[in-house]
Design a protein around this ligand. Structure first.
Ligand code: NAD
Ligand code: UDP
Length: 322
């Protein structure tokens, strides 16, 4: 049994990770300030003696002895992270620093959740981990993108300078039950709109693409990367040209946003929702698709759930949150 800390554990991804780690028999502490998370996501665990919840902001220093730390604290939806951009970049940077300081003092292993957003509006397609990205440093998304890039940088420097065992996962758009129904991300928006018979709001011409990953596949990748032996992982990453273990985790299936809307309407045939077009938000990336060769080679991991299959439990979840 390991003692594990999950920052941001009351959010969408954190709640799934908590369930998985408790099922494995570990002791799990969730630290969250409930900015975008919700206690209902972790309600199922409250009577489990191996579960603890700490209401705490990661930007404030904290202490505890853990074997593993998963750093998830940060709002992920553009609407949420743009609502309070200074808090967003502080959470990314100071939260990461507090996690790494704790790991340094206690010799904990760290897995940090980075993002495909570090590639910005990519000029290379699909995006391998070797791509440096195309990010606007002063745009409306930069509080998130640059915060996440700085967090990666902190991880690699704590590793180089102090030997902290930090690992990075660059997550591509992920969906599933426990997503906040009002978080403004495309999958939650489209499903909620279709279920309420409202217009389906396509931004721009709907021809921009994304790759959508079902949450269970991502949790498999987290666990596989965290459990990998350090020496073996470092050797393999060194060979691949990286100073730190870093993988893309996403489903390489690429869909236009219009195709996504049509698929959701197909799965909710009773909906009377119609496609309508709204202006494209600033700095919205045109294309996104992960190259997952490295994750396949290092971990033998690849996603298993196709979009149409994963949307079914997601739709069922949102139906109960109308
Ligand atoms: P989420 O918003 O559901 O969860 C984030 C959690 O962090 C919430 O519970 C929130 O309350 C908590 N939090 C925010 N600021 C905090 C602070 N200062 N102190 C303590 N807790 C704080 O988002 P999610 O989709 O579960 O994302 C989890 C992580 O994965 C984030 O770091 C996000 O950037 C990353 N990520 C997610 C996706 C995705 O598609 N879901 C894609 C790329 C990266
Ligand atoms: N989008 C859309 N309608 C919506 C919400 C989002 O067309 O109601 C588009 C958005 O402009 C982007 C894509 O869907 O091109 C994915 O947006 P999301 O906010 O889910 O995540 P992103 O990948 O942009 O961070």
């Amino acid at each position: 049994m390991k003692k594990i800390l999950i920052t941001g554990g009351a959010g969408f991804l954190g709640s799934h990770l908590t369930r998985r780690l408790l099922d494995f028999g570990h002791e799990v502490t969730v630290m969250d300030n409930l900015f975008t998370g919700n206690k209902s996501n972790i309600y199922d665990f409250q009577d489990n003696p191996r579960f603890t919840f700490l209401l705490q902001d990661v930007t404030q220093p904290f202490w505890g002895q853990f074997d593993d730390i998963y750093n998830l604290a940060c709002p992920a939806s553009p609407i949420h992270y743009q609502r309070n951009p200074v808090e967003t970049i502080k959470t990314s940077f100071l939260g990461m620093m507090n996690v790494l300081e704790l790991a340094l003092k206690t010799k904990a292993r760290v897995l940090h959740t980075s993002t495909s957003e570090i590639y910005g509006d990519p000029m290379v397609h699909p995006q391998p981990e070797t791509y440096w990205g195309n990010v606007n440093t002063i745009g409306i998304r930069s509080c998130y993108d640059e915060g996440k890039r700085a967090a990666e940088s902190l991880c690699v420097d704590y590793r180089r300078e102090y030997g902290v065992d930090a690992r990075l996962v660059r997550i591509f758009n992920t969906y599933g039950p426990n997503m906040h129904p009002q978080d403004g991300r495309v999958i939650s928006n489209f499903i909620m709109q279709a279920l309420r018979n409202e217009d389906i709001t396509l931004y721009g011409d709907g021809e921009q693409t994304r790759s959508f990953q079902y949450v269970d596949d991502l949790i498999d990748a987290f666990v596989a990367l965290m459990d990998k032996d350090r020496t073996e992982l470092e050797a393999a990453c060194g060979k691949a040209g990286f100073d730190i273990p870093v993988i893309n985790a996403g489903n390489p299936g690429e869909f236009t946003i219009k195709e996504l809307a049509e698929t959701i309407l197909e799965l909710i045939p009773e909906s009377t929702g119609k496609l309508v077009y709204h202006p494209l938000p600033k700095d919205d990336p045109q294309r996104r698709k992960p190259d997952i060769t490295l994750a396949k080679t290092l971990l033998g991991w690849e996603p298993k759930v196709p979009l149409k299959e994963g949307l079914v439990p997601a739709i069922e979840y949102f139906r109960t949150h109308l």
